[in-house]
Design a protein around this ligand. Structure first.
Ligand code: ADP
Length: 466
Protein backbone atom coordinates (compact mmCIF):
# COMPACT_ATOMS: atom_id res chain seq x y z
CA UNK A 1 0.00 0.00 0.00
CA UNK A 2 1.28 3.40 -0.91
CA UNK A 3 -0.87 5.06 1.73
CA UNK A 4 -1.96 7.83 -0.62
CA UNK A 5 -4.87 8.37 1.73
CA UNK A 6 -2.53 9.08 4.61
CA UNK A 7 -0.73 11.72 2.55
CA UNK A 8 -3.99 13.37 1.61
CA UNK A 9 -4.94 13.34 5.28
CA UNK A 10 -1.72 15.12 6.19
CA UNK A 11 -2.44 17.69 3.53
CA UNK A 12 -6.00 18.29 4.70
CA UNK A 13 -4.78 18.79 8.24
CA UNK A 14 -2.21 21.32 7.01
CA UNK A 15 -4.83 23.17 5.06
CA UNK A 16 -7.12 23.33 8.07
CA UNK A 17 -4.39 24.48 10.45
CA UNK A 18 -3.30 27.20 8.03
CA UNK A 19 -6.76 28.60 7.54
CA UNK A 20 -6.90 32.38 7.23
CA UNK A 21 -10.51 33.34 6.76
CA UNK A 22 -11.09 37.05 6.59
CA UNK A 23 -12.63 36.84 10.05
CA UNK A 24 -9.45 35.40 11.44
CA UNK A 25 -7.33 37.94 9.60
CA UNK A 26 -9.37 40.71 11.18
CA UNK A 27 -8.57 39.25 14.60
CA UNK A 28 -4.89 39.40 13.67
CA UNK A 29 -5.34 43.02 12.54
CA UNK A 30 -6.95 43.91 15.87
CA UNK A 31 -4.22 42.11 17.81
CA UNK A 32 -1.57 43.98 15.83
CA UNK A 33 -3.24 47.27 16.68
CA UNK A 34 -3.51 46.34 20.37
CA UNK A 35 0.13 45.22 20.54
CA UNK A 36 1.27 48.40 18.80
CA UNK A 37 -0.46 50.44 21.51
CA UNK A 38 1.10 48.26 24.20
CA UNK A 39 4.59 48.50 22.70
CA UNK A 40 4.30 52.28 22.54
CA UNK A 41 2.98 52.51 26.10
CA UNK A 42 5.93 50.99 27.89
CA UNK A 43 9.32 49.42 27.33
CA UNK A 44 8.76 45.67 27.15
CA UNK A 45 4.99 46.21 27.10
CA UNK A 46 4.60 43.94 24.09
CA UNK A 47 6.47 41.47 21.94
CA UNK A 48 6.40 44.32 19.45
CA UNK A 49 9.37 46.45 20.39
CA UNK A 50 8.11 49.60 18.63
CA UNK A 51 11.60 51.08 18.57
CA UNK A 52 12.20 54.81 18.38
CA UNK A 53 14.26 55.84 15.37
CA UNK A 54 14.70 59.57 16.05
CA UNK A 55 13.87 60.13 12.41
CA UNK A 56 11.41 63.00 12.70
CA UNK A 57 11.35 64.18 9.13
CA UNK A 58 11.44 62.24 5.94
CA UNK A 59 13.22 63.29 2.75
CA UNK A 60 11.17 65.63 0.61
CA UNK A 61 12.99 65.56 -2.70
CA UNK A 62 14.83 68.82 -2.16
CA UNK A 63 17.98 67.26 -0.70
CA UNK A 64 21.22 68.13 -2.42
CA UNK A 65 24.79 66.82 -2.56
CA UNK A 66 26.71 63.53 -2.52
CA UNK A 67 26.13 60.96 0.22
CA UNK A 68 27.25 57.46 0.98
CA UNK A 69 25.30 54.57 2.45
CA UNK A 70 26.20 51.20 3.84
CA UNK A 71 23.57 48.53 4.11
CA UNK A 72 24.15 45.52 6.36
CA UNK A 73 21.35 43.19 7.28
CA UNK A 74 20.76 40.26 5.01
CA UNK A 75 22.41 37.86 2.67
CA UNK A 76 24.25 40.71 0.96
CA UNK A 77 25.73 43.95 2.10
CA UNK A 78 25.85 46.97 -0.09
CA UNK A 79 27.83 50.16 -0.40
CA UNK A 80 26.41 53.02 -2.33
CA UNK A 81 27.02 56.62 -3.31
CA UNK A 82 24.31 58.91 -4.51
CA UNK A 83 24.37 62.40 -5.96
CA UNK A 84 21.15 64.27 -5.22
CA UNK A 85 19.83 66.92 -7.56
CA UNK A 86 18.01 69.12 -5.06
CA UNK A 87 14.61 69.32 -6.67
CA UNK A 88 11.75 67.06 -7.60
CA UNK A 89 13.33 63.96 -6.11
CA UNK A 90 16.07 64.02 -8.69
CA UNK A 91 18.82 61.46 -8.35
CA UNK A 92 21.68 62.58 -10.59
CA UNK A 93 23.81 59.50 -10.26
CA UNK A 94 24.06 56.39 -8.20
CA UNK A 95 26.79 53.82 -7.75
CA UNK A 96 26.10 50.59 -5.95
CA UNK A 97 28.27 47.68 -5.09
CA UNK A 98 26.78 44.53 -3.66
CA UNK A 99 28.67 41.73 -1.98
CA UNK A 100 27.60 38.58 -0.21
CA UNK A 101 28.51 38.56 3.47
CA UNK A 102 31.08 35.76 3.72
CA UNK A 103 29.52 32.99 5.75
CA UNK A 104 32.36 32.85 8.29
CA UNK A 105 31.97 36.56 9.08
CA UNK A 106 28.35 36.03 10.13
CA UNK A 107 29.69 34.04 13.06
CA UNK A 108 32.95 35.84 13.81
CA UNK A 109 33.82 38.93 15.84
CA UNK A 110 32.46 42.42 15.34
CA UNK A 111 35.94 43.71 14.59
CA UNK A 112 36.39 41.20 11.76
CA UNK A 113 33.01 42.05 10.35
CA UNK A 114 33.49 45.83 10.44
CA UNK A 115 37.09 45.68 9.18
CA UNK A 116 35.92 43.69 6.21
CA UNK A 117 33.16 46.19 5.55
CA UNK A 118 35.51 49.16 5.95
CA UNK A 119 37.99 47.81 3.44
CA UNK A 120 35.22 47.17 0.92
CA UNK A 121 34.03 50.75 1.46
CA UNK A 122 37.53 52.09 1.00
CA UNK A 123 37.92 50.33 -2.33
CA UNK A 124 34.53 51.60 -3.39
CA UNK A 125 35.31 55.20 -2.46
CA UNK A 126 38.60 55.05 -4.37
CA UNK A 127 36.79 53.73 -7.42
CA UNK A 128 33.86 56.13 -7.54
CA UNK A 129 35.88 59.19 -6.67
CA UNK A 130 38.82 58.56 -8.97
CA UNK A 131 39.06 61.46 -11.36
CA UNK A 132 36.40 63.50 -9.63
CA UNK A 133 37.33 66.78 -8.03
CA UNK A 134 36.22 66.37 -4.50
CA UNK A 135 37.54 68.91 -2.04
CA UNK A 136 39.65 66.69 0.20
CA UNK A 137 38.73 68.68 3.29
CA UNK A 138 35.07 67.77 3.12
CA UNK A 139 34.04 64.90 5.34
CA UNK A 140 32.11 62.23 3.54
CA UNK A 141 28.75 61.51 5.18
CA UNK A 142 27.51 57.97 5.53
CA UNK A 143 24.05 56.69 6.31
CA UNK A 144 24.34 53.29 7.96
CA UNK A 145 21.54 50.81 7.50
CA UNK A 146 21.79 48.08 10.08
CA UNK A 147 18.77 45.85 9.87
CA UNK A 148 18.73 44.15 13.21
CA UNK A 149 16.86 45.18 16.34
CA UNK A 150 18.71 48.17 17.70
CA UNK A 151 17.88 50.27 20.70
CA UNK A 152 18.48 53.65 19.27
CA UNK A 153 19.93 56.28 21.61
CA UNK A 154 19.90 59.08 19.12
CA UNK A 155 19.62 59.64 15.41
CA UNK A 156 23.15 58.37 14.92
CA UNK A 157 23.74 55.86 17.69
CA UNK A 158 22.27 52.70 19.09
CA UNK A 159 23.05 49.37 20.70
CA UNK A 160 22.34 45.95 19.24
CA UNK A 161 19.56 44.14 21.10
CA UNK A 162 19.91 40.75 19.41
CA UNK A 163 20.86 39.14 16.13
CA UNK A 164 18.36 37.66 13.66
CA UNK A 165 18.57 36.09 10.19
CA UNK A 166 21.43 33.74 10.97
CA UNK A 167 23.97 36.24 12.29
CA UNK A 168 25.64 35.29 15.58
CA UNK A 169 28.41 37.68 16.62
CA UNK A 170 28.06 37.58 20.37
CA UNK A 171 30.47 40.38 21.23
CA UNK A 172 28.41 43.01 19.43
CA UNK A 173 25.24 42.44 21.45
CA UNK A 174 24.69 45.42 23.74
CA UNK A 175 27.41 47.44 22.03
CA UNK A 176 27.10 50.73 20.24
CA UNK A 177 27.15 49.72 16.59
CA UNK A 178 28.03 53.09 15.07
CA UNK A 179 31.06 53.41 17.34
CA UNK A 180 32.29 50.02 16.13
CA UNK A 181 31.79 50.94 12.49
CA UNK A 182 33.29 54.41 12.93
CA UNK A 183 36.36 52.91 14.60
CA UNK A 184 36.85 50.56 11.65
CA UNK A 185 36.45 53.46 9.19
CA UNK A 186 38.99 55.48 11.16
CA UNK A 187 41.45 52.58 11.21
CA UNK A 188 41.32 52.73 7.41
CA UNK A 189 41.54 56.56 7.39
CA UNK A 190 38.50 56.88 5.19
CA UNK A 191 37.62 60.48 6.00
CA UNK A 192 34.05 59.40 6.46
CA UNK A 193 31.59 60.07 9.25
CA UNK A 194 28.58 57.94 10.10
CA UNK A 195 25.83 60.54 10.39
CA UNK A 196 22.71 58.38 10.52
CA UNK A 197 21.85 54.93 11.81
CA UNK A 198 18.71 53.45 10.31
CA UNK A 199 16.84 50.22 9.95
CA UNK A 200 16.17 48.98 6.41
CA UNK A 201 12.44 49.52 6.76
CA UNK A 202 13.14 53.14 7.67
CA UNK A 203 15.31 53.48 4.57
CA UNK A 204 12.48 52.07 2.50
CA UNK A 205 10.02 54.53 4.04
CA UNK A 206 12.47 57.38 3.37
CA UNK A 207 12.86 56.45 -0.29
CA UNK A 208 9.11 56.03 -0.67
CA UNK A 209 8.56 59.47 0.85
CA UNK A 210 11.29 61.03 -1.29
CA UNK A 211 9.23 60.09 -4.35
CA UNK A 212 5.74 60.35 -2.90
CA UNK A 213 4.82 62.52 0.08
CA UNK A 214 1.76 60.36 0.91
CA UNK A 215 4.01 57.48 1.98
CA UNK A 216 3.35 56.76 5.65
CA UNK A 217 4.59 53.21 6.21
CA UNK A 218 7.00 50.65 4.82
CA UNK A 219 7.25 46.87 4.99
CA UNK A 220 9.93 44.42 3.96
CA UNK A 221 9.42 40.83 2.89
CA UNK A 222 12.79 39.27 2.22
CA UNK A 223 14.96 36.93 4.24
CA UNK A 224 13.21 38.43 7.26
CA UNK A 225 10.18 40.66 7.62
CA UNK A 226 9.66 43.96 9.36
CA UNK A 227 7.76 47.24 9.08
CA UNK A 228 7.87 50.84 10.21
CA UNK A 229 5.54 53.81 10.02
CA UNK A 230 5.20 57.45 10.88
CA UNK A 231 3.67 57.90 14.35
CA UNK A 232 2.55 60.98 16.24
CA UNK A 233 5.14 61.85 18.89
CA UNK A 234 2.45 62.23 21.57
CA UNK A 235 1.28 58.65 20.91
CA UNK A 236 4.72 57.36 21.92
CA UNK A 237 3.79 57.28 25.58
CA UNK A 238 6.85 55.35 26.76
CA UNK A 239 8.95 58.36 25.84
CA UNK A 240 7.15 61.15 27.61
CA UNK A 241 7.87 64.68 26.58
CA UNK A 242 9.42 63.51 23.35
CA UNK A 243 9.92 66.63 21.33
CA UNK A 244 10.34 66.48 17.61
CA UNK A 245 10.35 69.35 15.19
CA UNK A 246 7.59 67.78 13.12
CA UNK A 247 5.48 66.36 15.93
CA UNK A 248 5.98 62.85 14.61
CA UNK A 249 8.59 60.15 14.51
CA UNK A 250 9.21 56.99 12.54
CA UNK A 251 8.72 53.89 14.68
CA UNK A 252 10.48 50.65 13.80
CA UNK A 253 7.99 47.99 14.80
CA UNK A 254 10.22 44.91 14.62
CA UNK A 255 7.05 43.09 13.75
CA UNK A 256 8.91 39.85 13.09
CA UNK A 257 8.46 39.13 16.79
CA UNK A 258 4.74 39.91 16.81
CA UNK A 259 2.64 37.17 18.35
CA UNK A 260 -1.01 36.51 19.00
CA UNK A 261 -2.93 33.32 19.66
CA UNK A 262 -5.05 34.16 16.60
CA UNK A 263 -2.17 33.23 14.28
CA UNK A 264 -2.94 29.91 12.59
CA UNK A 265 -0.15 27.66 13.79
CA UNK A 266 0.72 24.13 12.70
CA UNK A 267 2.82 21.37 14.24
CA UNK A 268 5.48 22.22 11.60
CA UNK A 269 5.72 25.77 12.93
CA UNK A 270 6.05 24.50 16.48
CA UNK A 271 8.86 22.09 15.57
CA UNK A 272 10.64 24.62 13.38
CA UNK A 273 10.56 27.11 16.22
CA UNK A 274 11.75 24.63 18.83
CA UNK A 275 14.72 23.61 16.69
CA UNK A 276 15.67 27.16 15.69
CA UNK A 277 18.49 29.40 17.01
CA UNK A 278 15.88 31.62 18.63
CA UNK A 279 13.00 29.54 20.00
CA UNK A 280 9.91 31.42 21.17
CA UNK A 281 10.98 34.44 19.24
CA UNK A 282 10.28 36.01 15.82
CA UNK A 283 7.03 34.07 15.61
CA UNK A 284 5.42 36.22 12.92
CA UNK A 285 8.61 36.19 10.86
CA UNK A 286 8.81 32.41 11.05
CA UNK A 287 5.41 32.14 9.35
CA UNK A 288 6.03 34.78 6.74
CA UNK A 289 9.57 35.42 5.62
CA UNK A 290 11.76 33.95 2.91
CA UNK A 291 14.12 32.37 5.37
CA UNK A 292 11.39 30.02 6.60
CA UNK A 293 8.76 29.29 3.94
CA UNK A 294 10.85 26.69 2.12
CA UNK A 295 11.70 25.08 5.43
CA UNK A 296 8.04 24.74 6.39
CA UNK A 297 7.30 23.09 3.05
CA UNK A 298 10.26 20.73 3.53
CA UNK A 299 8.90 19.67 6.92
CA UNK A 300 5.50 18.88 5.45
CA UNK A 301 6.99 16.79 2.63
CA UNK A 302 9.27 15.05 5.11
CA UNK A 303 6.33 14.03 7.25
CA UNK A 304 4.44 12.82 4.21
CA UNK A 305 7.40 10.75 3.15
CA UNK A 306 7.86 9.33 6.65
CA UNK A 307 4.25 8.23 6.91
CA UNK A 308 3.84 6.81 3.42
CA UNK A 309 5.96 5.56 0.61
CA UNK A 310 4.62 7.86 -2.09
CA UNK A 311 7.94 9.75 -2.11
CA UNK A 312 10.04 6.58 -2.01
CA UNK A 313 12.36 6.25 0.95
CA UNK A 314 13.30 9.29 3.00
CA UNK A 315 16.34 10.94 1.45
CA UNK A 316 19.04 12.57 3.48
CA UNK A 317 18.54 15.88 1.68
CA UNK A 318 14.88 15.86 2.62
CA UNK A 319 15.89 15.33 6.25
CA UNK A 320 18.34 18.24 6.19
CA UNK A 321 16.96 21.46 7.68
CA UNK A 322 16.82 24.41 5.28
CA UNK A 323 17.74 22.27 2.27
CA UNK A 324 14.69 23.57 0.41
CA UNK A 325 14.92 27.31 -0.09
CA UNK A 326 12.04 29.65 -0.72
CA UNK A 327 12.98 30.59 -4.32
CA UNK A 328 12.57 26.89 -5.14
CA UNK A 329 9.11 26.66 -3.66
CA UNK A 330 8.27 29.71 -5.77
CA UNK A 331 9.49 27.99 -8.90
CA UNK A 332 7.53 24.82 -8.09
CA UNK A 333 4.43 26.83 -7.19
CA UNK A 334 4.62 28.75 -10.45
CA UNK A 335 5.40 25.75 -12.64
CA UNK A 336 2.94 26.00 -15.51
CA UNK A 337 4.14 23.01 -17.50
CA UNK A 338 1.38 20.39 -17.80
CA UNK A 339 3.74 17.69 -16.60
CA UNK A 340 5.07 19.84 -13.73
CA UNK A 341 8.62 19.41 -14.96
CA UNK A 342 10.05 22.03 -12.65
CA UNK A 343 8.51 20.33 -9.64
CA UNK A 344 10.06 17.03 -10.74
CA UNK A 345 13.41 18.73 -11.22
CA UNK A 346 13.45 20.38 -7.78
CA UNK A 347 12.30 17.20 -6.04
CA UNK A 348 15.03 15.25 -7.77
CA UNK A 349 17.93 17.70 -7.71
CA UNK A 350 17.34 19.38 -4.38
CA UNK A 351 15.55 16.82 -2.27
CA UNK A 352 16.86 13.62 -3.92
CA UNK A 353 13.32 12.40 -4.45
CA UNK A 354 13.24 10.37 -7.65
CA UNK A 355 10.39 10.36 -10.14
CA UNK A 356 6.99 10.56 -8.44
CA UNK A 357 3.57 10.39 -10.14
CA UNK A 358 1.93 13.55 -11.40
CA UNK A 359 -0.68 13.53 -8.64
CA UNK A 360 2.11 13.59 -6.05
CA UNK A 361 3.79 16.49 -7.83
CA UNK A 362 0.46 18.29 -7.83
CA UNK A 363 0.17 17.72 -4.11
CA UNK A 364 3.62 19.28 -3.60
CA UNK A 365 2.42 22.37 -5.47
CA UNK A 366 -0.62 22.49 -3.20
CA UNK A 367 1.61 22.38 -0.14
CA UNK A 368 3.63 25.34 -1.47
CA UNK A 369 0.36 27.11 -2.15
CA UNK A 370 -1.02 26.64 1.36
CA UNK A 371 2.19 27.76 3.06
CA UNK A 372 2.72 30.81 0.85
CA UNK A 373 -0.92 31.83 0.90
CA UNK A 374 -0.99 31.83 4.69
CA UNK A 375 2.23 33.86 4.77
CA UNK A 376 0.98 36.46 2.32
CA UNK A 377 -2.41 36.82 4.01
CA UNK A 378 -0.82 37.28 7.44
CA UNK A 379 1.50 39.86 5.92
CA UNK A 380 -1.57 41.70 4.63
CA UNK A 381 -3.11 41.58 8.11
CA UNK A 382 0.09 43.18 9.44
CA UNK A 383 -0.18 46.04 6.98
CA UNK A 384 -3.86 46.48 7.78
CA UNK A 385 -2.90 46.59 11.47
CA UNK A 386 -0.68 49.61 10.82
CA UNK A 387 -3.41 51.30 8.79
CA UNK A 388 -5.81 50.71 11.65
CA UNK A 389 -3.38 52.17 14.19
CA UNK A 390 -2.96 55.37 12.17
CA UNK A 391 -6.65 55.64 11.32
CA UNK A 392 -6.32 54.88 7.64
CA UNK A 393 -8.29 51.65 7.57
CA UNK A 394 -11.64 53.30 7.12
CA UNK A 395 -12.93 52.29 10.55
CA UNK A 396 -14.17 54.88 12.98
CA UNK A 397 -15.54 57.11 10.28
CA UNK A 398 -18.90 57.17 8.63
CA UNK A 399 -19.18 56.77 4.91
CA UNK A 400 -20.20 60.39 4.52
CA UNK A 401 -17.06 61.57 6.29
CA UNK A 402 -14.44 63.71 4.68
CA UNK A 403 -12.74 62.18 1.72
CA UNK A 404 -10.54 59.17 2.32
CA UNK A 405 -6.88 60.12 2.11
CA UNK A 406 -4.45 58.53 -0.27
CA UNK A 407 -2.18 56.20 1.70
CA UNK A 408 1.04 54.81 0.27
CA UNK A 409 2.92 51.89 1.79
CA UNK A 410 6.42 51.36 0.43
CA UNK A 411 7.36 47.71 0.02
CA UNK A 412 10.61 45.92 -0.63
CA UNK A 413 12.04 42.44 -0.53
CA UNK A 414 12.41 39.64 -3.04
CA UNK A 415 9.65 37.57 -1.52
CA UNK A 416 7.21 40.29 -2.61
CA UNK A 417 8.89 41.45 -5.79
CA UNK A 418 9.89 38.06 -7.20
CA UNK A 419 7.25 35.67 -5.94
CA UNK A 420 4.13 36.59 -7.90
CA UNK A 421 1.77 34.37 -5.95
CA UNK A 422 2.91 35.83 -2.64
CA UNK A 423 2.30 39.33 -3.95
CA UNK A 424 -1.11 38.51 -5.39
CA UNK A 425 -2.31 36.72 -2.26
CA UNK A 426 -1.17 39.65 -0.15
CA UNK A 427 -3.04 42.18 -2.27
CA UNK A 428 -6.13 40.01 -2.39
CA UNK A 429 -6.21 39.63 1.39
CA UNK A 430 -5.72 43.35 1.95
CA UNK A 431 -8.68 43.96 -0.35
CA UNK A 432 -10.77 41.48 1.62
CA UNK A 433 -9.82 43.02 4.97
CA UNK A 434 -10.24 46.67 4.01
CA UNK A 435 -13.10 46.42 1.57
CA UNK A 436 -13.21 47.94 -1.88
CA UNK A 437 -13.62 51.61 -0.94
CA UNK A 438 -10.73 51.82 1.47
CA UNK A 439 -8.51 49.54 -0.58
CA UNK A 440 -8.92 51.90 -3.51
CA UNK A 441 -7.03 54.57 -1.57
CA UNK A 442 -4.20 52.32 -0.43
CA UNK A 443 -1.23 52.01 -2.72
CA UNK A 444 1.38 49.34 -2.20
CA UNK A 445 4.39 50.75 -3.95
CA UNK A 446 7.55 48.80 -4.58
CA UNK A 447 10.66 50.84 -4.02
CA UNK A 448 14.07 49.70 -5.02
CA UNK A 449 17.22 49.83 -2.95
CA UNK A 450 15.46 51.78 -0.21
CA UNK A 451 17.48 50.08 2.46
CA UNK A 452 20.61 51.61 0.93
CA UNK A 453 19.39 54.68 -0.87
CA UNK A 454 17.02 55.61 1.95
CA UNK A 455 19.87 55.75 4.46
CA UNK A 456 21.75 58.16 2.19
CA UNK A 457 18.58 60.24 1.82
CA UNK A 458 18.08 60.37 5.59
CA UNK A 459 21.72 61.35 6.04
CA UNK A 460 21.09 64.09 3.49
CA UNK A 461 17.85 65.37 4.99
CA UNK A 462 19.46 65.59 8.43
CA UNK A 463 22.87 66.80 7.25
CA UNK A 464 24.46 69.43 9.42
CA UNK A 465 26.84 70.44 6.66
CA UNK A 466 24.17 71.92 4.43
P1 ADP B 1 17.44 40.37 2.06
O1 ADP B 1 18.26 39.15 2.29
O2 ADP B 1 18.20 41.64 2.30
O3 ADP B 1 16.13 40.32 2.76
P2 ADP B 1 15.95 40.13 -0.42
O4 ADP B 1 14.92 41.14 -0.23
O5 ADP B 1 16.48 39.97 -1.80
O6 ADP B 1 17.21 40.39 0.49
O7 ADP B 1 15.36 38.77 0.08
C1 ADP B 1 16.02 37.58 -0.12
C2 ADP B 1 15.11 36.46 0.30
O8 ADP B 1 13.96 36.47 -0.54
C3 ADP B 1 15.75 35.12 0.14
O9 ADP B 1 16.22 34.69 1.39
C4 ADP B 1 14.65 34.22 -0.35
O10 ADP B 1 14.08 33.55 0.73
C5 ADP B 1 13.61 35.15 -0.92
N1 ADP B 1 13.60 35.09 -2.38
C6 ADP B 1 14.53 35.49 -3.24
N2 ADP B 1 14.16 35.27 -4.51
C7 ADP B 1 12.95 34.69 -4.46
C8 ADP B 1 12.03 34.20 -5.43
N3 ADP B 1 12.27 34.26 -6.74
N4 ADP B 1 10.90 33.69 -4.98
C9 ADP B 1 10.62 33.61 -3.68
N5 ADP B 1 11.45 34.04 -2.72
C10 ADP B 1 12.60 34.57 -3.09
Amino acid sequence: RKKWKRVVGIFRELEEDCETTVGRLRQVVDAMDVEMHAGLASEGGSKLKMLLTFVDRLPTGSEIGAYYALDVGGTNFRVLRVQLGGRRSLILSKNVERQPVPQHLMQSTSEDLFDFIASTLKQFVDEVESGSELSPSKTRELGFTFSFPVKQLSFRSGTLIKWTKGFVIEDLIGKEVVECLQAALDRKSLGMEVTALVNDTVGTLALGHYHDGDTVAAAIFGTGTNACYLERADAIIKCQGLLTSSGSMVVNMEWGSFWTSHLPRTSYDIDLDAESHNPNDQGFEKMISGMYLGEIVRRVILRMSQESDVFGCVSSQLSTPFSLQTPLIASMHEDVSPELKEVARVLKETLEIPEVPLKVRKLVVSVCNVVTRRAARLAAAGIAGILKKIGRDGSGRSRSDTKMRRTVVAIEGSLYTRYTMFREYLQEALYEILGEDVFAHVILKVTEDGSGLGAALIAASHSSYN
